[in-house]
Design a protein around this ligand. Structure first.
Ligand code: SF4
Ligand code: SF4
Length: 413
C-alpha cells in the first residue's frame, strides 16, 4: 500500500490557487451557539447589556472547553433555543482585546496536566470535528506513542489548511512540541499531500534534518485523505481496525489548525475567537480564505465574497458531502470549514443497477447500496463517516448520504 488508503476518489482541485492569504474581517454582530462542541452546552457567565472585550470568557463548563467573545462590544441578547444557549454580541468595531493569559513559567516547566487545562480554558476544540481537544489528549495519553499532524485539505474547493502550513510553520512545530508533551508521545509526523512543495519546504526549514522527534510524511492526494483513519493508513500503511480508535493502535491525529490554536493558547495565552475557512465555487465572485469571528452569520460570510446569486446554491461543508447552507439562521462555529457557492445539481435519481462502484470506492469497506433497502449489517451505519464517495461515484445518482443519514438516526434511537 503506497502512501494511500483503500477506496476514495480522485477529484481535480478546483478551489483557490495556492498563495491566497486569509483575510480578517469584523461583522456588525455575532450570535454564538454555546452548544459549540461535541459533548454539550456551556453556561453563559455574562449578562445582557454587559460590555465584553474580545477574548473574554463568555460561557463556561466544568468539563468542556470555554467560549470567548469573538468581538468586543455589548451583549444584546441571551436566549435558550432548542436546549442550547445563544449569546448575541453587537460589535463596537474597536477589536478591544482582553489581556492575554500566557503561562507564568516557561513551557519546559509546565506539566502535561497544566497544558491540557490551558487548552480547555482557551476554548480549543477539533477544527473539523468540534470534539474537545483536551478530552482527546487525555484519551490518547498512555496509549499513543506517535502524534500525526493532519496538514491535508483533500476537499477540492478548500485551501485554507495549506495557507496555515505555509504561513505558520514555526508556530505549528512549536505547537506540536507542546502537544507531544501533553500527550506523552515520542514521535511526531506532519502529514501533507505530496504536491504541497511550499508547505513541505516551510516545515522542513523549521524542523531541520537532525530533529529526533519530528518528521514529515508526503502522501498521494486522494479524497478523503483528510479523514483521520484514511490519513493514518496512508502514513503507517496499516488500517485502523473497524470500530477502534486510532489511539488503540498507538497513534493520535490532530489537525494543523488545532495545533496552531494550541500554540496560540499555550505560548501566547490567546483563546479561540475565530475560524479559518474557504469561500469558493463556480458561482463565487471573489473566492477567498477568511479568518472569521465565531458566530458570524453565514450570509455575512458569503457577502464578503460577492454573495450568493439567485441561480446559485450555497453548500456548507465539503464539495462531496456538504449540505445546503442555512444562510438565514446559520452561523460560523469552531468547526466551519467552507462555503461553496455553486451551480445547483438537478440530480435525476434512478434505480440501483448493482454496479458495485459504491463498494469499490468506500474507504470503510462497507456496501453502501445495502442501506437503500435496509439489508446493511447493523454495525455499518456507525462505521460510515459520511465522506460521500459512494454518492459521488453512483451512476444512478442515488442520494446515498440522505439514505445513510436516515438509517443512522433510526439506529441510534
Ligand atoms: S458508505 Fe459512508 S464511508 Fe462508505 S463511501 Fe459512503 S459515505 Fe463514505
Ligand atoms: S454505485 Fe449506485 S447504482 Fe451502483 S451499486 Fe452502488 S448504489 Fe447501486
Amino acid at each position: 500500500m503506497a502512501n494511500s488508503f483503500y477506496g476514495g476518489i480522485k477529484i481535480n482541485k478546483t478551489g483557490l490557487s495556492h498563495g491566497v492569504s486569509p483575510k480578517i474581517f469584523t461583522p456588525a454582530a455575532v450570535a454564538i451557539n454555546a452548544y459549540q462542541q461535541a459533548g454539550g452546552d456551556t453556561a453563559p457567565c455574562i449578562k445582557e447589556g454587559e460590555y465584553v472585550k474580545k477574548g473574554q470568557v463568555i460561557a463556561v463548563s466544568e468539563r468542556l472547553a470555554y467560549l470567548h467573545a469573538p468581538v468586543s462590544g455589548t451583549v444584546v441578547r441571551l436566549l435558550l433555543k432548542d436546549n442550547s444557549h445563544y449569546i448575541v454580541i453587537k460589535s463596537d468595531k474597536t477589536e478591544t482585546c482582553a489581556p492575554a493569559v500566557p503561562f507564568a513559567k516557561p513551557i519546559s516547566e509546565i506539566t502535561p496536566e497544566e497544558i491540557t487545562e490551558k487548552i480547555r480554558t482557551m476554548g480549543v476544540v477539533g477544527t473539523f470535528s468540534n470534539f474537545p481537544t483536551h478530552i482527546k489528549i487525555i484519551a490518547s495519553r498512555g496509549k499513543a506513542f506517535c502524534l500525526v499532524i493532519n496538514c491535508v485539505q483533500s476537499d477540492p474547493y478548500g485551501s485554507f489548511v495549506r495557507e496555515i502550513v505555509k504561513e505558520h510553520p514555526k508556530e505549528l512545530v512549536y505547537g506540536a512540541r507542546i502537544l507531544a508533551k501533553a500527550i506523552g508521545v515520542k514521535q511526531v509526523i506532519f502529514a501533507l499531500e505530496n504536491n504541497e512543495r511550499k508547505s513541505f519546504a516551510a516545515l522542513k526549514s523549521v524542523i531541520g534534518e537532525k530533529d529526533k522527534l519530528i518528521s514529515v510524511a508526503r502522501l498521494a492526494p486522494k479524497y478523503p485523505l483528510g479523514e483521520e483513519r484514511n490519513l493514518l493508513c496512508a502514513v503507517i500503511k496499516k488500517e485502523v481496525p473497524a470500530g477502534r480508535a486510532t489511539h488503540d493502535i498507538g497513534y493520535t491525529v490532530f489537525s494543523a489548525e488545532t495545533v496552531l490554536r494550541i500554540y496560540n493558547a499555550c505560548a501566547e495565552g490567546v483563546p479561540v475567537t475565530d475560524k479559518y475557512l474557504t469561500v469558493s465555487g463556480e458561482k463565487c465572485a471573489s473566492p477567498a480564505n477568511l479568518i472569521v469571528p465565531i458566530g458570524t452569520s453565514l450570509r455575512t460570510v458569503a457577502e464578503q465574497c460577492g454573495g450568493v446569486p439567485e441561480d446559485a446554491l450555497c453548500v456548507y461543508g465539503g464539495a462531496v458531502n456538504g449540505k445546503t447552507a442555512d444562510l438565514e439562521n446559520g452561523c460560523v462555529t469552531k468547526s466551519t470549514s467552507q462555503l461553496i457557492i455553486t451551480q445547483p445539481l438537478n440530480k435525476k435519481t434512478q434505480a440501483c443497477i448493482m454496479c458495485g462502484k459504491c463498494i469499490t470506492h468506500c474507504p470503510m469497506r462497507i456496501a453502501p447500496h445495502t442501506f437503500i433497502d435496509g439489508t446493511h449489517r447493523p454495525a455499518w451505519a456507525k462505521l460510515c463517516d459520511m465522506c460521500g464517495c459512494c454518492e459521488y461515484i453512483c451512476p444512478s445518482e442515488i442520494k446515498l448520504l440522505d439514505i445513510i443519514d436516515k438509517r443512522k438516526k433510526e439506529e441510534s434511537k
